[in-house]
Design a protein around this ligand. Sequence first.
Ligand code: GYE
Length: 326
Amino acid sequence: MKSKVLAGIALLGAMTLAATACSSGAGGGSGEGGDDTITVGFAQTGSESGWRSANTESMKAAFSEDDGFELIFNAADNDPAAQISAVRDFISRGVDAIVIAPIVEDGWDDVLQEASDAGIPVILEDRTVTASEDLYAAWVGLDFTKEGVMAGEWAAETFGDTPTRMVVLEGTTGSAPANDRAEGFAQAIEGTGIETIDSQTGDFTRDGGKTVMEGFIQKYGIDGIDLLYAHNDDMALGAIEAIEAAGGVPGEDIQIVSIDAVKDGMQALVDGKINYIVECNPLLGDLAAGLVRDVLAGEDVEKTHFVEDQTFTQEQAAEVIDSRPY
Ligand code: GYE
């Protein structure tokens, strides 16, 4: 509601500006970069996964020129120091607002304080930080702990008291989704027969998942592993390659539960190579752009904005796979 009203106001503003530009006759020449253009610096994590590609696309579509934005996009290739430098660069360029998808949770206090001192509001999307809430205007994203709980509940129901040897492919070390998905899953499997025999980071990438899974298979053998919990689909997809290369049948010899529900992951679920997927919705662009507009308009916005996720069995995935936008 609020953002709709604001969009109306912005549109009126744009029309006024267009009218002024016309009446000033030739040579206005400022093109799309008129005064009402909102310049936003977006510090993306990198391009580690299918989820990330869908998120970047959603952000670029929402922060488009047609919608009155000039987006300065930076992808930090999963390097926290490079991401902080990108934010410092946005501050020195004097952007109107900064949006960050923080690679890791810690280490944000100084640069967020610098943005605040420069009077530039920061909106976080996707991942969270440990810095004080006072240092950013709002956050929009998913409940990663709940995602872990939902994945763990499936594992608890599937394996119950049966002694089960589980390996875990963790997301990027120090990232909010890796921390929270581990915690939520652990809560949900407490008291079951599931034992974590190994857990290592695959950095949310397909290659990382493949390499780490190869190591697990070498150490425990296909027969020594019953269950894989992958913090995202891409790592599960890499692990599937490793299991197949070692002569195993993913989804049968080793059951797999993962998080994201991107196209390739859903296809593997339909094919029976993954057994269960918890969704993580990457389409956060419109919500982030709405928050930027509201904050710049001086609106009071809620600090945290959770987007709902769902879960998919193999049958459910088969029903929806063709209609999903990512
Ligand atoms: O699950 C993973 C991506 O932060 C929620 O990052 C995001 C995670 C997502 O690389 O695929």
